[in-house]
Design a binder for this molecule. Structure first.
Ligand SMILES: Cc1cc2nc3c(=O)[nH]c(=O)nc-3n(C[C@H](O)[C@H](O)[C@H](O)COP(=O)(O)O)c2cc1C
Length: 214
């Protein structure tokens, strides 16, 4: 089946995209506004896109047009105003609390408190990380790219990484990824995936590939 995205409603194009690009990692993003108030919201248009330099991206859709705001989500406005954000990764233990942070609270409501999550001061930036998250990246904004129709791509350089002690061997920089039990976002409004169903496939050198052919 072929779909010309110029010929179908935006809502249906969204459904096709998010039902096929799965699972998507989830960034529970903490920011502060100009007054220092903490905001937290999940984003699954998220990924690491470079390691040298270490860079992550967030795709942020427009804010609720029916609200009195300026057309941008609080996260976008805060990143633009302060140049800083923290990406907190989401495991099974905090999945439901992450979901509370996606409730469309008014700007002045602190999501963390309502979700029973707790802020911990960051090392290099003002927004706090989340104590209950297994991994947090402190990020400095490189730039924001307007994608049109009010959507933004925020690009950030990771300057500090926090990993829960029981998940990492600091001498070898070895992370027990399978122990982390991160969750990914799937299709529809509410489907998620666990990351516990793994299989191993070594990458091959050219010589190994040639050997295997014989
Ligand atoms: C798992 C999950 C992933 C989400 N991913 C995105 C996303 O990638 N981009 C986006 O604009 N909104 C996304 N949302 C919706 C935002 O989290 C929601 O609009 C939130 O209220 C924005 O908060 P803010 O105004 O405080 O920034 C997601 C929601 C959930 C539950």
């Amino acid at each position: 089946m072929h779909f010309d995205l110029a010929a179908i409603p935006e809502r249906d194009a969204y459904k096709l995209l998010i039902s096929t690009v799965v699972p998507r990692p989830i960034a529970l993003v903490t920011t502060v506004d100009a007054a220092g108030r903490i905001n937290a919201a999940p984003f699954s248009f998220f990924n690491a896109v470079s390691s040298v330099p270490p860079v992550v991206v967030l795709g942020i859709s427009p804010g609720d047009p029916s609200s009195a705001g300026d057309g941008y989500k609080d996260t976008e406005r805060n990143i633009r105003d302060t140049g800083e954000f923290v990406v907190n990764l989401v495991d099974e233990a905090i999945a439901e609390r992450m979901n509370v942070c996606a409730v469309d609270f008014p700007t002045e409501i602190g999501e963390l408190e309502h979700a029973d999550l707790h802020p911990v001061a960051s090392v290099g930036i003002r927004p706090p990380r989340i104590a209950e998250s297994p991994v947090s990246f402190e990020c400095e904004r490189i730039t924001g790219l307007s994608l049109g129709a009010g959507s933004m791509l925020e690009i950030g350089r990771v300057i500090h990484i926090h990993i829960r002690d029981d998940l990492v061997d600091p001498e070898r920089y070895y992370v027990a990824t399978e122990k982390m039990r991160l969750v990914g976002r799937m299709h529809g409004r509410g489907w998620y995936a666990r990351t516990s169903d793994l299989f191993l496939m070594d990458r091959m050198s050219l010589a190994e590939w040639k050997d295997g052919k014989r």
